[in-house]
Every structure is written in C-alpha cells, then in structure tokens.
Design a protein around this ligand. Structure first.
Ligand code: FMN
Length: 320
C-alpha cells in the first residue's frame, strides 16, 4: 500500500493512545518493528489557541516516519486551521479521530459522535483535506451502535471526500472497548473502497495479526497489546514470514527496555513529571515475571529515575 511517499507491505501500525503513545513510547515501538506511528489525539481547537500541551503532543522525530498527527474536533473550520498548523510540524499525514467513544467527546459531536452526523463527518474530512497538502486519513468505528452500523457509507464517503487511508476499529461506539471487534467487516469494507484499509481491534498475538491480514486489509493497527508487550511488532513480523513464534522475552530484555523507555521519556520530557507518568508502563514490562508484586509496589513509590533504574537492575540481577 502507498501512504504519502512510502510504499509499505503489510504495515503494522502503532495505535494512537492518549497518555500512552507519546514520543518516547513511539520510539520504543518503532525500534521493535512498528511501521507507522500516530500521535495521541490532539484537539484542533487547542492547536488553534496555541496551547502548549497540545503543541508538545504533536512533536515528532524523523526516525519514526511515516508518522501521522491525529486531530479531533467538531468544527470544520477548526480542523482546516489545525491541519495547516499540524503540517508545520512536518508529519507524513494528518489523521482525523472519528472513533473516540468517550462521553464528553461524543456529546460535542467529535470522535465517534460524528457517526451520528454523517453530513458533519463529511464536512470535517473535506475541511481537513482543504487545510493541508499532506494526505489526510480517517480512523473510525463501525457505527454508533449495533442498530446503526454505517461503516459502508462512511468508508465510501471518506474516500470521496479525499481521505487517503481508512483505519477501522471494528466495534461500535456503544461497545467502547467491551465485547469483541468484528473483523468480518474488514473484508466488506475493503471491497468497497480503493484507499488502503487498516484493521484494528483486539489484536493480542502474532497469530491474530495473520488472521486479520487474511481479511484482505492492507495494514494492522495494534493498541493495548503493544502496551502490554511492545515486542509484538517484531514477533508478528517474524510469524508472518516464518509461521513460527519467537522465543519468550527474557527478564534482562524486559528490564533493559523498560529502562531505555524511561530514559527516553525523561530526555524527551513529554510531560511535566516523566517518572510518575511512566508508572503505567511497569505492568506491561514486568508482566509474567517471577515475584513482581514487591518490585511493582516499590517502583510505584519511587520518583527519581536513578532510584527506578537501581531497583530494576537489582531485581534483574537477583533473577538472572
Ligand atoms: C488508553 C487508550 C487511549 C486511546 N487513545 C486514542 C486516541 O488518542 N486516538 C484514537 O484514535 N484512539 C485511541 N484509542 C483507541 C485505540 O487507538 C484503538 O483503536 C483501540 O484500543 C482498539 O485497538 P486494540 O484492541 O488493539 O487496543 C485509545 C485506546 C486506549 C486503550
């Protein structure tokens, strides 16, 4: 598939996740095989108002290319203006979030709220396209709920409105993250459009990646499984080419990557207190390791990077 100037074969995409996929985490996943990354979603209105935190969120680095900046909003003019601002940060594409299920967002007819107002959805895509020379892509869901699945119309509409790629989280808004993602829609949507289709929802294992590709989708997006196991990109690529699974990740590999990620987070200062913000990542890195409850409790108390690194190394040394 083609995205911007890149020709990609079965790309694996790191899902945009608010408060998770900051630059430091995107670099970890890129190094482990993610082909495309996307920033956390950023409010178009905040970019227009020059809000510092919003501008920080859309900083990218060349090593993560192709990389997209994700925007959300409900005012077409705001999306147009924000797309032009985002373009100055030099991403490879601008993605529009049309899938966020959270109440406050849908109440403002943004995110998945657009699935209840397709004329506005269309205006938003067209306005964003008109605001930038970069390719514009759309990430959305099947529909508002099981009784209003609109993805076939939406897929054709976004293509006609100028979108260059569609990502489909195969759930409805009503499902939020519950129930199962229905991947059977990918096959149907793929047949209806000619822009690349990225499948998303419930990828947990390398085998899942292969199964999702068998629907005919062009790329596979991975979210929560990458938080629990950033190695999934490398593992899935190996499985796709050999049909075999890589050996388990060792304790030393887990601890070393955790430290590297933390060091990146502190160096890049994606937020005010990177060590505290990093706490959400311990669960993923330490999952399945022996006797981790004490370690995890200790780490949750520590506030200095040197102390965290010492504690992690002490754990690794006693378990080698
Ligand atoms: C903590 C969290 C934050 C998320 N933030 C975003 C976001 O900023 N933009 C977006 O399009 N989707 C967001 N999502 C949805 C994911 O991108 C993805 O569509 C969803 O988690 C399903 O994929 P998965 O089953 O592989 O996790 C978020 C999901 C989670 C769990």
């Amino acid at each position: 598939m083609k995205l911007s100037k890149y020709e990609l074969h079965q790309p694996l995409v790191l899902a945009p996740m608010e408060d998770v996929t900051d630059l430091a985490f995107r670099l970890v996943c890129k190094q482990l095989g993610a082909d495309i990354t996307v920033t956390e979603f950023t409010a178009a209105e905040a970019l227009i108002r020059n809000v510092g935190r919003a501008l920080k969120k859309i900083e990218i680095l060349d090593v993560e290319r192709p990389v997209g900046i994700q925007l959300f909003g409900s005012r077409p003019e705001a999306l147009k203006e924000a797309a032009a601002i985002a373009e100055t940060f030099n991403p490879d594409f601008i993605d529009i979030n049309c899938g966020c299920w959270v109440k406050n967002h849908v109440a403002r007819t943004e995110g998945a709220g657009l699935l209840r107002d397709l004329p506005l959805f269309e205006k938003i895509v067209k306005a964003t396209v008109s605001g930038t020379k970069l390719p514009v892509t759309v990430k959305t869901r099947l529909g508002w709920d099981q009784d209003s699945i609109v993805i076939m119309d939406v897929a054709k509409m976004v293509e006609a409105a100028g979108a260059k790629m569609l990502t489909l989280h195969c759930r409805t808004r009503a499902q939020a993250h519950r129930g199962f993602a229905d991947w059977t829609w990918l096959e149907r949507v793929k047949k209806a459009i000619s822009i690349p289709l990225i499948g998303n929802g419930d990828i947990m294992t390398p085998q899942d990646v292969k199964t999702m590709f068998s629907t005919g989708c062009d790329g596979v997006m991975i979210g929560r499984a990458a938080v629990a196991n950033p190695w999934i990109f490398k593992q899935a690529k190996h499985y796709l080419t050999t049909n075999e699974l890589l050996p388990e990740i060792t304790i030393a590999e887990r601890v070393n990557l955790c430290i590297e990620h933390l060091q990146n987070a502190c160096r890049l200062k994606s937020c005010r207190n990177p060590v505290l913000a990093f706490r959400k990542h311990y669960v993923g890195y330490l999952k399945g390791l022996p006797r981790i409850s004490t370690l995890r409790n200790d780490l949750m108390q520590l506030e200095k990077i040197e102390d965290v690194i010492d504690r992690l190394n002490a754990y690794a040394n006693t378990h080698l």
